[in-house]
Write a protein that binds this ligand. Structure first.
Ligand code: F6P
Length: 359
């Protein structure tokens, strides 16, 4: 009987999930293994809901957005709400999962996801499941890897948006505020803001004040530049203020963020009288196919994940530590959030360019 492994995608989707599935599927098939794709994240393990992946249903996956397997956020496996306390997955859920995988003859499981998903993976590993992780999130906030896949695609989308906003801002002498994703970490805002020529970048790591934001707009006016591009991460907060939310949290779910761009724009109008418009990029950043860079790391990650299962390196996650893909313990990735370092190169680059970070 062929060696059988499983694969699933958990948490929010992002470009490149299918590219990882394809690479893992192909390299498993090359070893003569069979690979089951479980549907809707961990839920598929409990429901025994899977599809057998072979060369035919992996066609065209390299550049296809989303995940052919579907995904779920939390559900019956919730182990963490945001970056809060870790909860134990109920023992009966774990034992039902183990029993199902044993019955199906699954000898190893590749789990593709971010912090929450990998926290669940770690608990399944501790319960005896041979698990390997692959780091995904557009927010790029996982430790132990220099980059997560999906981030580059999200940054490309946000940079393209800024390029477009640039020309219309300039034509109308307006302030344009672009709200991008990034709940706890401002990586997307920083990278796209710098690459797209932003003048003000507001990130969760640096609480902002309006005097500083408006001073930058006025400074540009005095220089004869009558338009300004402001990039705001959804998790940015005014000094002493809280998150701006657009929806209540539910059971095992955090409150939905959104709306900080409008709040910032309203205050800019009040304080400067400048005509201001807002663009909320939202899930455009998570949709569509992966960039060339993401296709490549997804492919390397998928192949490496299968290699780790072959070597019996369970409880490990694939990571990019250039020039190589390496194995790190899942616990090294999930313990702590990787936020933008305040004295790091990216922040210093922005400051040396004269970009206002609102502080
Ligand atoms: O974790 C990635 C992320 O894009 C966050 O930046 C954002 O807050 C969240 O997902 C939104 O997810 P959803 O709309 O799927 O709940």
């Amino acid at each position: 009987m062929k060696t059988r492994i499983g694969i699933l995608t958990g948490g929010g989707d992002c470009p490149g999930l299918n590219a990882v599935i394809r690479a893992a599927g192909k390299s498993a098939a090359k070893r003569g293994w069979e690979i089951l794709g479980f549907r809707n994240g961990f839920e598929g393990l409990l429901d025994k809901d899977f599809v057998t992946l072979d060369y035919h249903n992996m066609d065209g996956l390299l550049f296809r957005g989303g995940t052919i397997l579907g995904t779920s956020n939390k559900g019956r496996f919730a182990a963490k709400v945001g970056h809060g306390e870790v909860q134990r997955i109920p023992a009966e859920i774990i034992s039902a999962t183990l029993a199902n995988l044993q019955e199906l003859g699954v000898k190893g499981l590749i789990v593709i996801g971010g912090d929450g998903t990998l926290t669940i993976a770690q608990q399944l590993f501790e319960a005896g499941l041979p698990v390997v992780g692959v780091p995904k999130t557009i927010d790029n906030d996982l430790e132990a890897t220099v980059i997560t896949f999906g981030f580059d695609s999200a940054v490309a989308c946000a940079t393209d948006a800024l390029d477009r906003l640039h020309t219309t801002a300039e034509s109308h002498n307006r302030v344009m505020v672009l709200e991008v994703m990034g709940r706890y970490a401002g990586w997307i805002a920083m990278h796209a803001g710098i690459a797209g020529g932003g003048d003000v970048i507001l990130i969760p790591e640096i609480p902002y004040n309006y005097e500083s934001v408006c001073a930058k707009i006025q400074e540009r006016e005095h220089q004869g530049k009558h338009f300004t591009l402001v990039v705001v991460a959804e998790g940015a907060r005014e000094k002493g203020g809280g998150y701006v939310t657009s929806g209540e949290g539910g059971k095992n779910r955090e409150a939905r963020l959104g709306g900080v761009g409008t709040v910032v724009a309203d205050e800019i109008v009040k304080r400067t009288g400048k005509e201001t418009r807002v663009c909320v990029l939202g899930h455009l950043q998570r949709g569509g196919g992966p960039t060339t860079f993401d296709r490549l790391i997804c492919t390397r990650f998928g192949v490496m994940a299968v290699r780790l299962l072959a070597e019996g390196k369970y409880g490990y996650m694939v990571a990019l530590q250039p020039p190589n893909t390496v194995a790190v313990k899942i616990t090294e990735a999930i313990g702590r959030l990787r936020t933008v370092p305040l004295d790091g190169d990216i922040v210093n680059t922005a400051r040396d360019l004269g970009i206002s970070l609102g502080d």
